[in-house]
Design a protein around this ligand. Structure first.
Ligand code: HEM
Ligand SMILES: *[C@@H]1O[C@H](CO)[C@@H](O)[C@H](O)[C@H]1NC(C)=O
Ligand SMILES: *[C@@H]1O[C@H](CO)[C@@H](O)[C@H](O)[C@H]1NC(C)=O
Length: 525
């Protein structure tokens, strides 16, 4: 009985998609022809509905191999049509999906034809239980409002407060217990970087640090420590859950389980304490002369713009998602690269000592001097090229439109992009194309930035109207941490296995799968 019902449902679905796909295909073909478009290459598939491709994609994602897998799909499609393919088409449960690593098409989508694309319901809907309608899960007017609210918070004065960072770097150094002229044991720097960015982001955002670095060091946990770490763990679990939900595409709501919603609520309650305090502070301050020298706290500044506690919470959590893991991942990948490239480590350390002095007598480490230190910036840029924190991303097409390139036999004709199509863009693959970066594209070479000019083929921070708001903030913080650590340690030794190709772990953002296991040699002064 059940089998019969199932069979008729499947038959009806197949018949329906067949008929509807024929009529949509006709309409699209006519529109494409009118616009001078040629078809994009189609990924070779093992079965008519590309189900095997779908299963393979899910498997690759579940096993932390999605980037290698996607590279394989581009290679296979390329050999199928006997030319290098930068944009191809495939099917996802009956929906057409485009994959691209072509800077011209990505530029069209993110910048020149910004209005034709949106994050779309799958992204905004799957983020909503945790982030509500914060900037990371908003489209259209809602996004415009968020962007206008948040942008002034990233002015130069705010992003150049380095005293705050120094306190948290000092806490990180406690965990590394450096003894002058001595090698440390093997340590994994990755969890330390994630704690560091959590502690400094929380202090910057809501004025009270989670101090996860200190609680990791102390034996007994205070009630506040326990609450902080419950929040941090739950918040991370929620992000992983969301990255799985997004894979289900149209069916993301299946992942909205009770336990997930409960965990989201725990995060909300935790942040709400700070929001409520800030709103009362604001009330208390009314009519009182402002003390100009007060420490800048993102939350207080937001609270002066809006009274809506839910909106403030959504934005705070969104920025924590946006800024914390990406910065920690950048530092993690950079130290892996430095461990693999001793010559780069030495040159970078020499530059740092020359510009900023030694650890105990640092000289004038400021926003502008960090930015002006070219070799330091090249090392960071090169890390973000090979290991962009958001290695793949997507947008949904909001109205019938075209991409400038990728269609026809030679791949030079425009292609038609119908409304509703999901476009997946893989920045990590684009950052390694020999066509744009030369035959040594896969190699870590900070020197390449000496003469490198770049447009949309370099996109770690996204581009167009939704470009990362925290770019300067992240680059300053990361550079500061590198300077202080390289002042403190004069040699870095990767553990065995560190020279193998770096494996990714990819959730909402990417990080090294096997951590950053190194030994550090503390400098004499
Ligand atoms: C190395 C570190 C970072 C990287 C690689 C990075 C990368 C990105 C990328 C790729 C996006 C676009 C996401 C999308 O539209 O789907 C983005 C957006 C954003 N980032 Fe960053 N980010 C970093 C650090 C930060 C920091 C530290 C902050 C804030 C403290 C921040 C705040 C934001 C915000 C608010 C957006 C949303 C912009 C919008 O949608 O209008 N980011 N970032
Ligand atoms: C590419 O093609 C080869 C040979 O047909 C196959 O074994 C491999 O799984 C394909 N890779 C992807 C990512 O589809
Ligand atoms: C593939 O392209 C190359 C040149 O790009 C050409 O020499 C070769 O004959 C082509 N192979 C096939 C099977 O069309």
């Amino acid at each position: 009985m059940l089998a019969k019902i199932l069979l008729s449902v499947v038959a009806a679905f197949v018949a329906y998609s067949f008929v509807s796909s024929i009529s949509t295909k006709r309409r699209h073909a006519a529109a494409a022809k009118a616009l001078g478009c040629e078809p994009a290459p189609v990924e070779p598939r093992a079965d008519p509905f590309a189900l095997i491709n779908l299963v393979k994609t899910m498997w690759a994602h579940g096993n932390n191999r999605i980037l290698e897998y996607l590279q394989g799909t581009f290679e296979n499609t390329s050999s199928h049509v006997n030319r290098t393919v930068y944009t191809y088409e495939t099917d996802f449960l009956g929906d057409k999906v485009l994959f691209t690593c072509d800077p011209k098409n990505i530029q069209a989508m993110l910048a020149t034809q910004f209005k034709d694309f949106e994050l779309g319901q799958i992204r905004t809907g799957s983020f909503a239980p945790l982030l509500g309608h914060g900037i990371f899960s908003a489209d259209g007017k809602q996004w415009e409002r968020s962007r206008a609210l948040l942008r002034p918070q990233f002015s130069r004065d705010q992003v150049s407060d380095l005293d705050l960072e120094e306190r948290h770097v000092q806490n990180m150094l406690q965990a590394l217990s450096a003894v002058a002229n001595t090698w440390s044991n093997v340590v994994d720097l990755q969890p330390l970087f994630f704690r560091l960015t959590m502690d400094s982001s929380s202090e910057f955002l809501y004025g009270e640090s989670t101090n996860t670095q200190l609680s990791a060091l102390s034996e007994e946990a205070s009630a506040k420590n326990a609450e902080d770490s419950a929040f941090v763990n739950t918040f991370e679990a929620c992000q992983n859950h969301i990255s799985m939900a997004m894979l289900l595409n149209e069916f993301y709501k299946l992942m909205e389980t009770k336990s997930f919603l409960d965990r989201c609520r725990l995060c909300h309650r935790y942040i709400d304490q700070f929001v409520n305090k800030a709103l009362s502070r604001k009330e208390a301050r009314k009519g009182v002369e402002q003390d100009k020298k007060e420490k800048y706290v993102f939350l207080d500044s937001l609270a002066s713009e809006t009274d809506d506690p839910v909106e403030i919470r959504d934005q705070l959590l969104s920025i924590l998602v946006a800024g914390r893991d990406t910065t920690a991942a950048c530092l993690s990948f950079l130290f892996l690269m430095l461990a693999q490239h001793p010559e780069v480590f030495s040159k970078l350390r020499e530059t740092i000592i020359e510009e900023f002095g030694t650890f105990h007598s640092p000289q004038d480490i400021s926003f502008s001097r960090l930015k002006a230190c070219s070799y330091l910036q090249w090392c960071i840029s090169e890390t973000l090229r090979l290991y962009p924190g958001v290695p793949w991303n997507s947008r949904r097409c909001a109205r019938d439109t075209t991409f400038p390139t990728g269609g026809g036999k030679d791949g030079l004709s425009p292609i038609f992009v119908p409304k509703g199509v999901e476009v997946v863009y893989i920045v990590q693959l684009m950052h390694r194309q020999p066509e744009f970066w030369g035959l040594d594209a896969d190699m870590f070479m900070p020197e390449r930035w000496q003469n490198q000019k770049h447009g949309f083929e370099y996109l770690p921070f996204n581009g167009g109207p939704r470009i990362c708001l925290g770019q300067q903030f992240a680059l300053t913080k990361a550079a500061y941490v590198v300077v202080r650590l390289l002042q403190r340690f004069d040699r870095l030794d990767g553990s065995p296995g560190a020279s193998e190709p770096v494996k990714w772990s990819v959730g909402l953002t990417g990080r090294p799968k096997n951590g950053v296991k190194v030994r550090l040699h503390a400098a004499a002064e």
